[in-house]
Design a protein around this ligand. Sequence first.
Ligand code: NAG
Ligand code: NAG
Ligand code: NAG
Ligand code: NAG
Ligand code: NAG
Ligand code: NAG
Ligand code: NAG
Length: 826
Amino acid sequence: MSLILRIVFLCCHILVFLSEISLAVDSISQDQSLSDDGNTLVSKDGTFELGFFTPGSSHNRYLGIWYKKIPIQTVVWVANRLNPINDSSGMLSLNTSTGSLVLTQNGSVVWSTSSLRKPESPIALLLDSGNLVVRDERDAESEAYLWQSFDYPTDTFLPEMKFGWDLRKGLNRYLTAWKSPDDPSPSDFTFGMVLHNYPEAYMTKGNQTFYRSGPWNGLHSSGSPQLRDNPIFDFKFVFNKDEVYYTYSLKNSSLISRLVLNGTSYVRRRYVWIESEQRWAVYTSVPLDLCDSYALCGAYANCVISDSPVCQCLEGFKPKSPQAWNSMDWSHGCGRNKGLSCEDRHKDGFMKLTGLKAPDTAHTWLDQTIGLEECKAKCLENCSCMAYANSDVRGQGSGCAMWFGDLIDIRQFAAGGQDLYVRMEASELEHANEGHKKGGVLVAVTVSLAVAALSGILILGWCYRMKSHINVQEKSDFSIKPDQNSGMQVDDMDLPVYEVSTIAKATSNFTIKNKIGEGGFGPVYWGILADGLEIAVKRLSTSSGQGLTEFKNEVKLIAKLQHRNLVKLLGCCLEGEEKMLVYEYMPNGSLDSFIFDQQRSKLLDWSKRFHIISGIAKGLLYLHQDSRLRIIHRDLKASNVLLDNGLNPKISDFGLARIFGGDQNEGNTKRIVGTYGYMAPEYATDGLFSAKSDVFSFGVLLLEIISGKRSRGYYNQNHSHNLIGYAWKLWKEGRPLELIDKSLEDTCFVSQILHCIHVSLLCVQQHPEDRPGMSRVLLMLVSEFELPEPKQPGFFGKYSSEADSSSSKQQLSSTNEITITLLEAR
Ligand SMILES: *[C@@H]1O[C@H](CO)[C@@H](O)[C@H](O)[C@H]1NC(C)=O
Ligand SMILES: *[C@@H]1O[C@H](CO)[C@@H](O)[C@H](O)[C@H]1NC(C)=O
Ligand SMILES: *[C@@H]1O[C@H](CO)[C@@H](O)[C@H](O)[C@H]1NC(C)=O
Ligand SMILES: *[C@@H]1O[C@H](CO)[C@@H](O)[C@H](O)[C@H]1NC(C)=O
Ligand SMILES: *[C@@H]1O[C@H](CO)[C@@H](O)[C@H](O)[C@H]1NC(C)=O
Ligand SMILES: *[C@@H]1O[C@H](CO)[C@@H](O)[C@H](O)[C@H]1NC(C)=O
Ligand SMILES: *[C@@H]1O[C@H](CO)[C@@H](O)[C@H](O)[C@H]1NC(C)=O
């Protein structure tokens, strides 16, 4: 072999070798190709991978992009959706003269891209965003891309993608669901931005509309008030003469999140990857509930998820077909009680409705430069204008949107909805206004709204799966007015005093079998009175340091505290050294026996947990504010929250600190009563207690309910943090989802849970003055308004004093969390 030939041979080897090497990276350039033999492109930071794959149980090969680092194959884009390759002869190459990507099967083209321009030296590159782009090697500007996969999304909307229109190119980027998990070909289920004058996105199946997002109102799309500032992603909507799109970006590039249109369950979900658990969590999902179903109630009707039936004609309107309406077919909608006349249009007025999702914008007119007054005048002038509103609701509101023709697909939100002014005939308007005065509209955000919302309305807005859990009776508990409950008992109600013999008989002489717990102030026994009433008897340890009369007076006062979220004190029993309190019996036991138990925790889905959280908050607010005694609980914890038959929470052991000689309600005590893990730092170390130390305990309890982990005894092996510290660390790192209890896995309330984590961190802040009061906490739990960033929490390291850390894990939970009473020698 001649020397020259040998060199050529060698060179060829090197070339082949080099081209193989370069295939292991992120681009294809001239003369290179990607064949279906295990080769892939991997984006520079290793996030995404492009190659051939086989979906589900199919035998076909597709060219696609997926997450490289995620073990569950998660395909985010597919090239040849329509033309599968049925063997391994697939090959992707770049035609350097045209700048197009070409996918072939045994030489024949199955898929190709077009290029905007004739390139000089094209290169195909898989970016770290998951975008496959063709560009000139020298021009990395995104504006200069010759082609990009982000312009042709399949079922997945990735961060940095634009969902909507590039009007200059006539390009519409929308999502199309896969036909099935085995078949990525486009189904007829799509979600895309529609260019009405006032644009909004529609989810459709064939020619049928499933759901619409509502138009962008400056803050969020009108139908998604839950879209708000959050730890995971930022979002924005761009609407100008060149472009109309929605986009989002991740706050921390180490997070992974995607939006997917699902053609099996007909929803669009946002998923977030939970690294520590190696799973995808559902963050949000639309449509969310019945009222999200497009035009469920027909024209001029409001869908109110907490009402039964959910559809309600607007005031001044009545069902068009009463018979159908009454049999729950609302599709005919409602018509005016009194028709409009175009000649008299100037006499018409407008009825203001609040808290709504703006109606379908198919027939709208928009002027972003004029305000509400001018908008009203314009609408009044045109007798086919049926409503107007601000197109941007931020601040005082601005811009003008007008609706022509019937108002369709309106729904009510308990929070985050917007105002709409509906045209009314003058006399009807008077009626409606009177009605409003009587009935009241959901406008003011007050504590009683918060309480009302907690009682069901808002919660229902989150997800209609909750419907079944909401107790209708709850509606009667709309407000906690001072003394509404206790006031009835102000006239001296004589507290029943039981004989020791009666109690002894009821509890089979305090047999150990009847012992159901060991609370902070002594053992608790189950018992049954002669009349069949089940009771829980707390046998107080004798060291109360109080005289008998004093004690009885205290008990009488405590017995007057009555609230649906407080355990009811039925009476007491006093004889010699024996002091006992008799309570109603709670068959479901205490909260800790649910949330910390692998099996029983499954019984508490998020809606039940939220119900419990709100109940505890209401009970505590009552103790702090609304009862005459202004009780600081001082030992709020999971084992002191009991659950009744309906899993309604009832706080127990309230007022005991008072009985036990804590005669102040605020201030400094030498006698510290509380439980490590729940005690606020200023209380545990200095004996300073206040309503804010209870708020701290509430925050800890909230974290426990969300995480299913104990405040104490939870130590991440890698860090010396307790639960608060762990939550704080995750929060700071933008990974709060990892805190959420695994048994809440399939919840569709992740954004609400995150909101609750935020509230809990505000409650456990180091300094009492930074913590919100309970009325504020209640409001925060249910409202949409932005919360302040929490400051560093108190006690987030390990506790230094671990008096009972030696107790065996096999023991009853209460021994791990026993209330301590410390007498400090000062
Ligand atoms: C694979 O596809 C080619 C081209 O569409 C077709 O001619 C061939 O019959 C197919 N082979 C099998 C095994 O389905
Ligand atoms: C590139 O595309 C052009 C136009 O379709 C075609 O004529 C040419 O053969 C292609 N080149 C290669 C290398 O496939
Ligand atoms: C691939 O193409 C070649 C040439 O066009 C043809 O002879 C061969 O049968 C094809 N193979 C398959 C499996 O289709
Ligand atoms: C929707 O599509 C179905 C089936 O393709 C057809 O029967 C129906 O008439 C269409 N409806 C409308 C309103 O176009
Ligand atoms: C669609 O939803 C079903 C049921 O929740 C799920 O099993 C499937 O994986 C989802 N498909 C996609 C593409 O997310
Ligand atoms: C009212 O507005 C509609 C929609 O913009 C328009 O088509 C119609 O001509 C207007 N009518 C009058 C009388 O201005
Ligand atoms: C992003 O997340 C990583 C890992 O969770 C964390 O270490 C980092 O501090 C976070 N970065 C920012 C800016 O929060």
